[in-house]
Design a protein around this ligand. Sequence first.
Ligand SMILES: [Zn+2]
Length: 396
Amino acid sequence: MEALTKAVADLETSLAKAPNQDQAVKKHLQSAVVAMRTAIEAHRDSAPASDKLARLNELPEALLSCKPPSVATAPPGTSEAAGRLPSALSPALAEGVKSWTFDLHKIPLAELPALCFGAMMQHPEMAKFLPPLSLSKLWTYVQVVASRYRDNPFHSFRHAVDVTLAASCMVRWTQEAYPGLLNDLQVCAVLIGAMVHDTDHPGVMNNFLIATKHPLAVLYNHRSVLENHHIATAMALTLRPELDWLGPLSAADQAEMRAAMIELVLATDVATHIPFMKSFAADVAAKQVSATQAMHAILKASDISNPSRPLAVYEPWIDGVVKEFFAQGDAERELGLPISMNCDRKTVDVNKCQVGFITFLVAPIYKGLAAFLPAVERELLPVLEKNLAHFKAVSS
Ligand SMILES: [Zn+2]
């Protein structure tokens, strides 16, 4: 079909260049060209459905130009291991990951996928909701998602596992305080959503992608650009048959799981935190928190859980985030763009930044969540207060 289109175009060009001696022949040939064009178009419209679908599958330019992953945590030959699940966590790790004081920095990078999967599998809802085939594909999926996280100082797969562990604790506390509030599908959605929530994070913030007119910012119309990219990438991976852990579920469950995960990851956009927390606090007071609200509150809080951890666990995360912010600031300086808040290595006081971060972002969310989950009030708020006092004392 394409060769025919080109032949017609070539004929038309030759006709235009041809001398004008024989007008009648030329006119005749021109009308033949028009007739061929019409025939080609008509054929195109009647192309088999599979051809039309093939065209829909062409990826937008922005997705094609995404950089390949720079970290490979999955060992070579992982695909051959599909079907086998990793061995269960050791008793010490199994207990460790349930504790809010667990230090994830001590776990080697290559062991993170199995640790993450093991922590998810501690929830009985996982094996109850996902059939064995889904679980074996999910294990392959976890390893491939891990390899799609870049080696950023902060937004790495380690952060994804940290958020998954935090979400895992909060899901447990929610199920204890409000048995049945989250159904099996929702528990799986929160845990898997936490694992994928920053997939292929480029190490810069939304405002940088927008300011530099990055293809992803154009693709997503400047709206929650990163969050859209994370969940679109994570969902795109399920199109590969060996990673399609959704496939064995019923069509209705697949649709519900997909929708829940998309909404969860989009809700991690920090810009949505303040309005969300206002309505969440009102609904907690009125004792009418919905499952969706609980899921979103869990993931939002888990994403910024670092300041509620013991200081020794919290501090390495600060080093990472500061490195990432300053690298963005350096790039902004080089490009002649205004330097974003907290990103100027020449002026930013890191300790003061932590005071601001805890006071204006973390504390409001954790105080709101404490009214909903007694364990947050009992175990997390005191640590948060202690860390806030520490950074107030050391900042000038
Ligand atoms: Zn995150």
